[in-house]
Structures are given as structure tokens and as C-alpha cells.
Write a protein that binds this ligand. Structure first.
Ligand code: PXP
Length: 265
């Protein structure tokens, strides 16, 4: 099986810093610690509303990182101009709504076809490879290829939500997901369907020449399901690692995830 790349998303360190608008915790310290603990890539998202990562963070990370930087961004023109100048190792195009808590759902590669094609061309002109963060459907894989992307990142949010509703105490807490309050057998069936859609999308993407990553909502309990899908060669994980680091430190949190995401042939 191919090696798995672990991209550690350090946006949440900036979320904590921005809660007080001070310079603590230091995003560069997060970068160095993640690197030393075995991360293979650093992932950051420069949002239009700059709610966590700032332009100066992107510049500082690009100047200091020994690891490749995967920069997530929307198809907004101003953002694309910044990304084209900064030249990260890869740009991942994601949908963005200002009111959302996090990136909910993949990029609509049909509705925004022309904007995405233009964004990919602009990034390619700056020699930046492009990944598209999309829902795991065969149609989205074909369209991503046609639009000129090198890679797709499969949105695993639905899988992660179903997994949590079935295997954790989430349904009995304040954060229960209302639309997934279903009998266990139904959750179980939908979870199987969601895993199958990820597997089928990954297989198809691989067959048509796209590299395949996955991310969103992956954690220490559910990530083993992604490890079984051999076409997936990269995982981008943020919230669960940073959440664990509050208790165990970032270094141990990254090391533990790295262990779970290492393929031993
Ligand atoms: N991949 C992409 C494209 C994302 O937008 C996010 C969320 O910022 C992640 C991965 C990481 O998701 P999480 O923080 O749930 O691990």
C-alpha cells in the first residue's frame, strides 16, 4: 500500500490566539512542534473573514516551514491573488460561507464550474498544483479531472457525523446532530453507505489519474476506516489533534495520530 501523508491542520491554534487577539499560542511553535513530532505536511486555511489564520501567518509559515504547506482557500479573487503570490506547495480549493462554523460540504464543482476552472488556471500559471475539496461522488471526481485538478480531497464530514452518532455519546448531548437522530440500524446502514461512497469515489479518482486525499472530522477513533482505503494517500486532520493537545501536548497528539496513520506493509 502507498505511504500515507499526514497533513496537520493548525488553524485551531490560531482560533485560540484570535479569541484574545494576542500573540499566544504561537502558530510558528505549532508548526515546529508538529514537524518534529512527525507531521508530513502543514495545512492552513486563509479564510476570507480571516477568523483564524492571518496573511502574516501564511507568510511566516511559508518562510519557516520545513514541511510542504497545503494552503486551503476559496475561489474568491482577492484570496486567489494572495495565494498565487505566496506560492504554497499546493492550494486546496474549498467552499466558504461566512456564517458557517467550519467547511460544511464539498465545493460545488457543477454550480461554480467556470469560477473553479479559472481559479485552477490562475494557480497553474503560478506553478501551484491544485486539489479540490469535494463530496465523494463519481460525478464530482470526473468533473474535478475535467476542470484540471491534480488531486481531490474527499469530504469526510458526513462519515464522521454518522460515526459519532453511532459510536459516541453525541446523540445524548447538546451537540446531537438533529437530522441524524435515527434508529441505530439506520445510522449503521447510512454509515456503511457513506464509507462505500468514499471508497468508490477514491477508486474512481485514482483510475482517472487524480491523487486522493481525505479530511474533515477525522479523529483517533474513526481514522482507521480511512486507512483501509488504499487509494487515499493523504489525510488532513485538525480539530481532533489540537483538541487532544490541550490535555497531552501537541507533540504527543501528533505522534499518536502519526502512529494511527502509518501503513505497515
Ligand atoms: N481538510 C479541509 C479541506 C478542511 O477544510 C478542513 C477543516 O478546516 C480539514 C481538512 C480538517 O478538518 P478537521 O479540523 O475536522 O480535522
Amino acid at each position: 500500500m502507498a505511504k500515507m501523508t499526514l497533513g496537520v491542520n493548525i488553524d485551531h491554534v490560531a482560533v485560540l490566539r484570535e479569541a484574545r487577539r494576542v500573540n499566544d499560542p504561537d502558530i510558528l511553535q505549532a508548526l515546529y512542534t508538529a514537524c518534529q513530532a512527525g507531521a508530513d505536511q502543514i495545512t492552513i486555511h486563509l479564510r476570507e473573514d480571516r477568523r483564524h489564520i492571518q496573511d502574516s501567518d501564511v507568510k511566516n509559515i511559508m518562510a519557516s516551514s520545513k514541511l510542504p504547506v497545503n494552503l486551503e482557500c476559496s475561489i474568491n479573487k482577492e484570496i486567489l491573488n494572495i495565494v498565487s503570490t505566496i506560492k504554497p506547495h499546493r492550494a486546496t480549493l474549498v467552499p466558504e460561507k461566512r456564517e458557517e462554523i467550519t467547511t460544511e460540504g464539498g465545493l460545488d464543482v457543477f454550480k461554480y464550474e467556470e469560477e473553479i476552472r479559472f481559479a485552477i488556471e490562475q494557480l497553474h500559471d503560478s506553478l501551484i498544483p491544485v486539489s479540490l475539496f469535494v463530496d465523494p461522488t463519481i460525478e464530482a471526481m470526473d468533473k474535478s479531472k475535467e476542470l484540471g485538478a491534480e488531486m481531490v480531497e474527499l469530504h469526510t464530514g458526513r462519515f464522521a457525523n454518522l460515526w459519532a452518532m453511532l459510536h459516541s455519546n453525541l446523540p445524548h448531548s447538546n451537540h446531537s446532530i438533529k437530522e441524524l437522530e435515527l434508529p441505530r440500524y439506520e445510522l449503521s446502514e447510512r454509515l456503511e453507505e457513506s464509507l462505500l461512497s468514499i471508497k468508490e469515489a477514491a477508486t474512481h479518482a485514482n483510475k482517472i489519474g487524480l491523487e486522493v486525499a481525505a479530511g474533515h472530522g477525522l479523529n483517533y477513533h474513526n481514522v482507521h476506516e480511512m486507512m483501509k482505503i488504499e487509494e487515499i494517500i493523504e489525510l488532513n486532520i485538525g480539530q481532533s489533534i489540537i483538541a487532544r493537545s490541550v490535555f497531552s501536548g501537541l507533540s504527543d497528539a501528533v505522534k499518536e495520530m502519526k502512529e494511527l496513520t502509518t501503513r505497515h506493509d
